[in-house]
Design a protein around this ligand. Structure first.
Ligand SMILES: NC(=O)c1ncn([C@@H]2O[C@H](COP(=O)(O)O)[C@@H](O)[C@H]2O)c1NC=O
Length: 509
């Protein structure tokens, strides 16, 4: 008689599965809670303690960790192994169905204690899963209730689960136990505060296979951190429109990261990971009008993120142009109807919460990963110092603060020109700083007169100040720290520009 060992925390679908196995001639072996559930459903079950000859001890910490179980799981069906287990009175186990203590769900609880988390580290379950998966040649191993039906069907059709399925199920089990352990490792690493552990493992879950990657000939998938913040593109709720593409996800992430930095109502338009127009105002409507005005050409086909609910008036304006995505904390019903009248536009919501804890940034390079903190620095006015003869006026200060907030999110070398309520020119991703300035100033045109300029890193020479002055810029904010700072300061003084140093750099590569 074939034997199946069933030990599950999540009992979804288990009685039907066990019933089918029993009907197909399997003897069912089971642990405490699972045995009880199966017995209540009328499935004949043998308790594991009858197999081990040992009771469950240490509050369930030891139930299946016994040679009578693991010998039965790991024995090859070869004469040598069969003789060995028989000599010890061990019988083979042909199928294992195990799902693990809910560690992830436990640590996701806001009030979880360390003790509770530790108790939810499953030991016996992964041991059985790994033993059965190693012996996939002979043993079927199931951990996902989604596979119960397939396993039963194959046994009914072929008398056993096919070799290919056994192998595929084993691979799935190793992925599962690896992810489970990675989550435990991450939790423990955080508890002990290890900054750069000698190994790093992550658990990410498939959210979506994408139609393609950055280009149609590149394959791509989207994996998300199951414990990630809801205030993220990974956990955004899509209310309308076609599935997000690879580029959509990255652009939407960029737009969210920017709009998160604003307390006042703001609208952020993004193209190709850079902001193309940012506006602030007293309402979403006002902010959007300014973001649109900032660059009414580039916004076409872009992504717009708001940090306030989208109202019908704003929706009407958004509806006038082609946009890929609109993201906001929410959409008023009428606003949703207006926007959703276009079939393809994606409408996403994310809960804007102050409690958001920024995740680390992980970037891949060929053969490696780079991990760093997010650039969460916000301007510390006490640290900022005016280096020129002239202090910025109140109006200039307002514009400088906006420019500095924006420049952090623009690819380096970055130069941003703003007034007090919107971007006027954005020079992004240039290989020399003055080149970025020329782009930003050309875009601002006449509006550069009396405007503010921000630079993400120091000026290596005074040419950017010169270009700014000639375009009519009256205030500049930059980190400072160049050996030629004095040249830039002198140049600013020459033109009566007020320049402040932040002492902080905002490279974004
Ligand atoms: N300690 C053991 O020997 C052991 N054997 C199986 N388990 C787990 O116990 C759970 C099932 O327990 P029950 O059938 O009592 O509800 C499963 O999630 C299984 O993975 C164990 N528990 C944890 O390590």
């Amino acid at each position: 008689m074939k034997r199946a060992l069933i030990s599950v925390s999540d009992k979804t679908g288990i009685t039907a599965f066990a019933q089918s196995l029993s009907g197909l001639g399997f003897e069912i072996l089971s642990t405490g809670g699972t045995k009880k559930a199966l017995e209540e459903a009328g499935v004949p079950v043998t308790g594991v303690e009858e197999v081990t000859g040992f009771p469950e001890i240490l509050e369930g910490r030891v139930k299946t960790l016994h040679p009578n179980i693991h010998g039965g799981l790991l024995a090859k069906r070869t004469p040598e192994h069969e003789q060995q287990i028989a000599a010890h009175g061990i019988k083979p186990i042909d199928l294992v169905c195990v799902n693990l203590y809910p560690f992830r769900e436990t640590i996701a609880k806001a009030d979880v204690t360390e003790e509770e988390a530790i108790e939810n580290i499953d030991i016996g379950g992964p041991s059985m899963l790994r033993a059965a998966a190693k012996n996939f040649e002979y043993v079927t191993v199931v951990t996902d209730s989604g596979d119960y039906g397939k396993v039963i069907d194959e046994i009914k059709t072929h008398g056993d689960v096919t070799k290919d399925t056994k192998k595929a199920l084993a691979a799935k089990v190793f992925r599962h136990t690896a992810a489970y352990d990675a989550m435990i490792a991450d939790y423990m690493t955080t508890i002990v505060g290890e900054e750069a552990p000698e190994n790093v493992t992550f658990t990410y879950e498939l959210k979506q296979t994408l139609r393609y990657g950055e280009n149609p000939h590149q394959k791509a998938s989207f994996y998300i951190n199951p414990l990630g913040s809801p205030f993220s593109i990974a956990h955004a709720r899509q209310l309308h429109g076609k599935a997000l593409s690879y580029n959509n996800i990255r652009d939407a992430d960029a737009a969210l990261q920017i709009v998160k930095d604003f307390k006042e109502p703001a609208a952020v338009a993004v193209k190709h990971m850079n902001p193309c127009g940012i506006g602030v105002g007293d309402s979403a409507l006002e902010a959007y009008k300014k973001a649109y005005e900032a660059d009414s050409k580039s916004i076409f086909g872009g992504i717009v993120a708001f940090n306030r609910p989208v109202d019908p008036e704003t929706a009407k304006l958004l509806h006038e142009i082609f946009l890929e995505i609109v993201i906001a904390p929410s959409f008023a019903d009428e606003a949703f109807d207006i926007l959703a009248s276009k079939k393809n536009i994606r409408l996403l919501t994310v809960p804007f919460t102050e409690a958001h804890k920024p995740e680390k940034i992980i970037t891949s390079v060929e053969g490696g990963l780079l991990i760093q903190d997010q650039d969460t620095y916000t301007l510390d006015e006490a640290q900022v110092k005016t280096v020129t003869k002239r202090e910025p006026t109140e109006q200039e200060w307002k514009a400088l603060k906006l420019a500095w907030k924006v420049v952090k999110h623009v690819k380096s070398n970055a130069i941003v020109v703003t007034d007090t309520e919107k971007t006027l020119g954005i020079g992004a991703g240039q290989m020399n700083r003055v080149g970025a300035a020329e782009i930003a100033l050309a875009q601002a045109g006449e509006k550069a007169k009396g405007a503010a300029m921000a630079s993400d890193a120091f000026f290596p020479m005074d040419d950017t100040v010169e270009a700014a002055a000639k375009a009519g810029i009256t205030a500049i904010i930059q980190p400072g720290g160049s050996i030629r700072d004095e040249d830039s300061i002198k140049k600013a003084d020459e033109y009566g520009i007020a320049m402040v140093f932040t002492g902080i750099r905002h490279f974004k590569h």
